[in-house]
Design a protein around this ligand. Structure first.
Ligand SMILES: Nc1ncnc2c1ncn2[C@@H]1O[C@H](COP(=O)(O)OP(=O)(O)OP(=O)(O)O)[C@@H](O)[C@H]1O
Length: 624
């Protein structure tokens, strides 16, 4: 495209300031809401809390700043670090140096500490030029020990064994001499730090950090200066650690090498793990939980309430509680709990609906009945909206539509969502009534593995075979007792009769098969698992037209001769029409048309593919 004065280059749009209309707009538009929420929460805590609780809240706020900074470094930029406590100590020393010896005003001290932290962060990032992963983590551990040992040495030389004392801080004559005065200051700083990080996330820097973490090689290929951005991540987050350290030292009145320990560094990591690693609000919640657990344990099991083992081992108990909370979060416990509750509610609603509308007597139930199903992904994308379809035993339905129409999502609603996809059915039911069992089952509450065990077998678009296994190993594994639906058997001979091309390749590794042979192997394995419903995503993906045309009769045999139900999501309408009895046409998550697969449909489908659907008259097919 020729560039005009108003047309920015791709580089300009992505490199320059925050993307207009993207995260930046979302940042500004939701700012008043966040400000109100923060003000309400903080004012409520301030009013309700006594002086002691205010002191705890101040420590929590300072720790929350560190947790957020660590979230940015580890969760966004993917750089491991265990030096947070050391950085807090270093920030405290800087504040002592500037406030006590140089006698600078408190606000100026904070600004200079921020700058010092930035510079220190650039130096701390040097090991990251060569190291990554566990080695980088160890280098940050070395930095922690460096800071504490130098601090210990200097305190010993200066005979400041209890640390360097700081005077009361003061802002424009307003002395910060009590928790009730520190509270609003820390609250404002916490809010500003939170907003700054949120803002950064909407800029190119934030996007580059995420790229670095997710695909460092792709980031390099995209021209991102990886080392520079890693340096920026360390520098920015270290700067805020320093500020937090300066606030902490001023609040407690001294800066010492043992005011925070390596255990606190570990706790910061636990905080961000609790906050699901990468979420700023999560980091704050993590800081609140981790800071609240010790006082709670102390209240219930402390020396005043218990004796013997528990009160003697409070620290160990704290650590065990943290570890257990961490494991639960890492195993995705909270999300699983919410999902289980949702599933239960959905199952109850479906049961009520079924009671209200009993099946017609004598009606032959469909093998599969998808009723008003909607699918949403974790990030909020609504991929499928109120879709219904039915499939009789021994018939095939092809779901077609352009990219992003919702085909795969509908298939996942039938077979179950792969772990980590973040997809879920938000409403509707998927009722499965296999010939082998007269009782209908709502599949929505079952996992992908449980559905497979009931005869619903999925052939994904990619990763459908194991490269290291031979064709024979694949088939023997699928035919093995205990695989697939119990009580039905298919023999190797039957399988090779449907897929003769595989007979001559039994000893070949799946990794050495052609695209068409891999597709056939995946189908063969699905049938060998005694599938009663085979669900195939993109059967023609990567296949040549010749192979595609040879696949259609095979798919037909699967559904007709072997009386399996078949659902395929297809980009190629010719294969869809050749292999299926019915075609479901999807767009933007909805079913546009559903009809028998015949040649007349082809014209209509091609119009949809070319984006001319709106201009076409409605065809004589059933509508949803
Ligand atoms: N894991 C996911 N997380 C978030 N959104 C997703 C995810 N998978 C799909 N989507 C969204 O759901 C919508 C439908 O995607 P889906 O993959 O179902 O479409 P499709 O018709 O199969 O497309 P294609 O033919 O390109 O595979 C898209 O807008 C997509 O962005």
């Amino acid at each position: 495209m020729r560039r005009t004065a108003t047309t920015p280059t791709a580089d300009e749009t992505s490199v320059a300031r925050p993307v207009p209309g993207g995260r930046f707009r979302s940042w500004t538009s939701t700012f008043p809401r966040r400000l109100t929420l923060a003000a309400v929460v903080l004012v409520a805590v301030f009013v309700i809390a006594g002086e002691h609780q205010q002191s705890i809240a101040i420590t929590v706020m300072i720790y929350a700043m560190c947790a957020m900074a660590l979230t940015v470094l580890m969760g966004w930029a993917g750089q491991p670090s265990i030096m947070s406590a050391g950085l807090l100590i270093a920030g405290g020393y800087c504040a002592a140096l500037l406030g006590t010896w140089a006698e600078l005003p408190f606000l100026l001290v904070l600004v200079l500490v921020l700058v010092a932290g930035f510079v220190f962060g650039l130096l701390a990032a040097l090991p990251a030029r060569r190291l990554g992963g566990i080695y980088l983590l160890l280098s940050t551990l070395a930095i922690f020990y460096l800071i504490t040992n130098v601090g210990n040495y200097v305190q010993t030389v200066e005979k400041a064994y209890a640390g360097f004392t700081l005077p009361y801080a003061s802002i424009f004559g307003f002395d910060l001499d009590s928790p009730s005065r520190w509270f609003p200051v820390c609250a404002v700083v916490l809010f500003c730090v939170y907003e700054y990080f949120r803002y950064l996330r909407s800029t190119r820097i934030g996007r580059a950090w995420i790229l670095l973490k997710e695909h460092p090689d792709a980031a390099r290929v995209a021209g991102i200066r990886v080392q520079a951005y890693i340096g920026t991540a360390f520098a920015t987050t270290t700067a805020f650690h320093f500020v937090a350290g300066a606030l902490l030292a001023n609040f407690i009145g001294s800066a010492s090498y043992d005011s925070v320990t390596l255990l606190d560094s570990v706790n910061f990591i636990v905080m961000i793990v609790l906050g699901t690693i990468g979420s700023l609000p999560g980091a704050i919640i993590g800081a609140v939980i981790i800071s609240a657990v010790p006082p709670l344990i102390n209240t219930f099991f402390g020396s005043g309430n218990a004796s013997g083992f528990v009160s003697d081992n409070l620290l160990a108990i704290e650590l065990i509680v943290f570890a257990l909370i961490g494991i639960v979060v890492l195993l995705d416990g909270p999300r699983r709990l919410v999902a289980a509750l949702r599933r239960r509610r959905r199952a109850e609603r479906t049961a009520v609906r079924r009671k209200a509308a009993p099946a017609e007597p004598g009606a032959d139930p469909a093998l599969l009945a998808v009723r008003d199903v909607s699918v949403t992904y974790a990030a909020g994308e609504r991929a499928v909206l109120d879709v219904s379809m039915e499939l009789a035993a021994g018939s095939a339905t092809a779901v077609i539509g352009r990219n992003g129409a919702g085909k795969s999502s509908l298939l996942f609603a039938i077979v179950g969502f792969p772990p980590g996809s973040g997809g879920r059915i938000t409403s509707g039911s998927v009722v499965w009534t296999p010939p082998s069992s007269s009782a209908p089952t709502d599949l929505t509450s079952l996992s992908i593995t449980e559905r497979c065990a009931r005869g619903v077998v999925f052939v994904p678009a990619e990763g459908k075979v194991f490269d290291e296994l031979s064709v024979e190993e694949h088939l023997r594994e699928a035919l093995a007792p205990g695989q697939g639906r119990p009580g039905s058997a298919t023999s190797m001979a039957e399988i090779l009769d449907i897929f003769p091309a595989l007979a001559g390749r039994l000893r070949s590794s799946a990794g050495h098969l052609s695209g068409g042979e891999r597709q056939q192997l995946a189908l063969a394995a699905a049938i060998a698992r005694s599938a009663e419903l085979v669900v195939i995503d993109e059967a023609s993906l990567g296949l040549s037209p010749v192979v595609i045309s040879s696949l259609a009769p095979v798919l037909r045999r699967v559904s007709t001769e072997f009386a399996r139900g078949l659902v395929i999501a297809e980009q190629d309408p010719r294969l869809a029409i050749a292999a299926a009895d019915n075609v479901v046409l999807m767009d933007s998550g909805r079913v546009l048309h559903e009809s028998a697969a015949d040649a007349q449909l082809m014209h209509r489908i091609e119009n949809v593919y070319l984006g001319r659907l709106a201009a076409e008259p409605t065809p004589p097919v059933s509508q949803h």
